[in-house]
Design a protein around this ligand. Sequence first.
Ligand code: NAI
Length: 387
Amino acid sequence: MNKAKIGILGAGTMGSGIAQVAAQAGHRVVLVDLNEVALETAKNSFQTIFSRMVEKGRMTNQQLIETSNRISYASNFEAFSNCGIVIEAIVESIAIKHSVFSELEAVVSEECVLASNTSSLSIASIGSVLKHSKRVIGIHFFNPAPLMPLVEIIPSVQTSQETLNFSKALIDSWGKITVLTKDTPGFIVNRVARPFYGEALRIYEEGIADFATIDWAMTSIGGFKMGPFTLMDYIGNDINYAVTESVFTSFYYDPRFKPSFTQKRHTEAGFFGRKSGRGYYDYTEGVVLPNAIEDPVLGKQIFDRIITMLINEAFDALFLNVATKEDIDLAMTKGVNYPKGLLLWADEIGLDVVLTKLESLFSEYGEDRYRPNPLLKKMVKEKLSLF
Ligand code: NAI
């Protein structure tokens, strides 16, 4: 069963990346897109990528031919009729996913698993249109799929144990690191990572520090590969803002996830980041990036506040059984390259230190955003640690 034929719907950024991973793992893959140009682009990009791998000695010429031959292309859903699983990676719209999933069910076999690569939509809702909804599951890759090791596996309330076992074993066999997460907004990574952006924006809005100084604090004191503003400029403010807004709405407007006007205005102005030439920083050729104020006291204050908020969010995911402590830490280190798992980090900092910081923020601002997680409070009271 694990060498099942793989169907991928959507030949864009994610779909083509997932198709590449599956073909390199030895599966026959059919890539389907309504747009012929997208299929052509994907096909050409595979040739470029595989040729480069041959040049670097990571693939033989024979493997290039075999891997390329394993991928077929189609613009109709009938091509999925003999697939063991179809992974959907089309536009992030629940209405479109609903119509596509019922169309898919009409052409696939009874046993075929139907998966979505959605980053933010409910798997239960996607599965609601299916006659056999026990076959639905979320399989969430990170961009770029061939390079990022993490995949979040998201069973919904309808998903059967067989669907879950099959999907997890399949993705594990592709050499990916899988974590299991509940069907809740943002799953693990896109939920737990919110304060990295949100609290950085808040610190800026309060006038405590500028973009460069906040980035400097998080990289040089925190050890993060990129500071929040540099990272938002990479991701694109339009994309990052949309995820924040979607998580905020999905959590019934919990103030912990409140989006920021600074990011909204940057998005409205077209300051998306690197791709538009300007975001929080100006990427025009010849423009020198601003210097940080490298004040260790200020830097520590910034780092302490952001890491405390990140840890509180990781605690919330653990408290509400979104995932195990091991999977929460794996997700953040393998999905977004955090230098350490947040829960392990919490133990190192000291749970009492984290709680004291949160209590002081909560008392200073009086905002629900800073409320300490009940599990954190309980563990401090009982003098427990996580690992
Ligand atoms: P994309 O815009 O690069 O590609 C989407 C493709 O789907 C396009 O080629 C389009 O022609 C095709 N398409 C649209 N409607 C279709 C239909 N009804 N039937 C067949 N093909 C159709 O999008 P991207 O970025 O690859 O995202 C796809 C999904 O993956 C979305 O749900 C997104 O939220 C999710 N995702 C995206 C990530 C990213 O960083 N881009 C990361 C993880 C998940």
